[in-house]
Every structure is written in structure tokens, then in C-alpha cells.
Design a protein around this ligand. Structure first.
Ligand code: GTP
Ligand code: MG
Length: 199
């Protein structure tokens, strides 16, 4: 599939299942804890500065944002999890919407890949592990992207690559990608992994 990534726009910021777009085009979803760098990664992948909102106050709104790329593909920004200060009501909204995306989504068969973000400085948290177990159970292909690698020094980087690669291999056949939105390291590699799953 040839994609003009410069033709990207927000289709809808959906707070309800009924708002999910019906366009019959493939979807790539992005999952991760709040503040892991999801919006920054989407902007970097699309070569944009501020298409996806980068927030200083994490975990504010519970929406699933569908970005239309060239009318041929959706990037789906799932709501972040693990935000400690979230109210119970907001936690319920997160579960309802996220579970709905995977189990009640009429276009679920168009979901080609979930990109599961993990902070390279922290490694997989308890919440990340829960999400990954859930992705495994759902049967959708997923790969792990370790974010913010520019923040690691040489020793930390070597250790993160060893640890996260070992962790990833226990859970998915797809190899992890080490990524930075600041240096754009990993961008081409992630596009290759995405294109491998598209027609
Ligand atoms: P929520 O939407 O609030 O759940 O967060 P998010 O996962 O979308 O994270 P976001 O992209 O908003 O980034 C959170 C913070 O991390 C921001 O201050 C970013 O500037 C910073 N950040 C994101 N990616 C990188 C990266 O690759 N390197 C560094 N150094 N900082 C990053
Ligand atoms: Mg975000």
C-alpha cells in the first residue's frame, strides 16, 4: 500500500462506541500508559508537530482518536491507562471504551496490529503487563515499541535493549522497536513493520 502520510487528519475523537468510523479501511492501534509518548510517536510517524495533542497534564480525556491517513489507513490512538489520579468514573469510561474497541467494534476485523508502547527507562509496568496479557488473549498481532530511548545513556540503553527484547520475545513473535520522538530513531523500522501487515 502506498501512503501519502502528509495527507493525515483527525477523523473523530470518539467518546462512545457509536462514534467509531465505519470506513472499511485497515486500522493500526496505539496502546500505552498515560505519558508514555503515544501522541508524540503518532506525530513523529506522520512527520507532524501537533496533529496528535501532546499533553503536559496526562490522562485528561477518555477518547479514542482516529487519524485518517490518505483515506487508506486509520491510526487509532487508544486512551492512556495507569494514570493514578483518575476518578473511578473515568476508570470505568476507560474500560468501557477500550474493551468496546476490541470486542464490540464493527470494524474489529480491520484491526491489523496493535503497537504497545513501553517506556524504555521504566520497562513494562504492572499495567503494561495486564494490557499485554489481554492483547495476547484477544489474538490480535502486537508489537512492543520502547519509547524515549534518547533519555538513556549508553549503559542504560544496552540494558534496556536486552531486557525489553527478552520480555517481548516471551509474548509476541514480532520484534520490539526502540524509538525516540526526539531523534526519530525507529521511525522507518516501525513503518516497515506496519507496511508488512498492510495489503
Ligand atoms: P497522554 O495522551 O496524556 O496519555 O500521553 P501520551 O502517551 O500521548 O504522551 P505524550 O506524547 O503526550 O508525551 C508525554 C511527555 O513525554 C511529553 O512531555 C513529551 O514531550 C515527552 N516525550 C514523548 N516522547 C518522547 C521522546 O521520544 N523523548 C523524550 N525525551 N521525551 C518524549
Ligand atoms: Mg496522548
Amino acid at each position: 500500500m502506498k501512503l501519502n502520510t502528509e495527507r493525515a487528519s483527525l477523523n473523530i475523537s470518539a467518546g462512545f462506541l457509536s462514534q467509531f468510523p465505519r470506513n472499511p479501511i485497515p486500522q493500526i492501534a496505539f496502546s500505552g500508559r498515560s505519558n508514555v509518548g503515544k501522541s508524540s510517536l503518532i506525530n513523529t510517524m506522520l512527520g507532524r508537530n501537533s496533529l496528535a495533542r501532546v499533553s503536559a497534564t496526562p490522562g485528561k480525556t477518555i477518547t479514542i482518536n482516529f487519524y485518517d491517513i490518505d483515506g487508506k489507513l486509520f491510526f487509532v490512538d487508544l486512551p492512556g491507562y495507569g494514570y493514578a489520579k483518575r476518578s473511578n468514573e473515568s476508570k470505568r469510561a476507560w474500560s468501557g471504551l477500550t474493551d468496546g474497541y476490541f470486542t464490540k467494534n464493527p470494524n474489529r476485523d480491520l484491526l491489523r496490529l496493535v503497537i504497545q508502547l513501553v517506556d524504555s527507562r521504566i520497562g513494562p509496568t504492572a499495567d503494561d503487563r495486564m494490557m499485554i496479557d489481554w492483547l495476547r488473549a484477544s489474538g490480535v498481532p502486537f508489537l512492543i515499541v520502547a519509547t524515549k530511548v534518547d533519555k538513556l545513556n549508553k549503559t542504560e540503553r544496552e540494558k534496556a535493549i536486552l531486557d525489553i527484547t527478552a520480555f517481548s520475545r516471551e509474548h509476541t513473535p514480532l520484534e520490539p522497536i526502540f524509538f525516540s520522538s526526539h531523534t526519530r530513531e525507529g521511525k522507518q523500522e516501525l513503518w516497515s513493520a506496519i507496511h508488512a501487515l498492510l495489503p
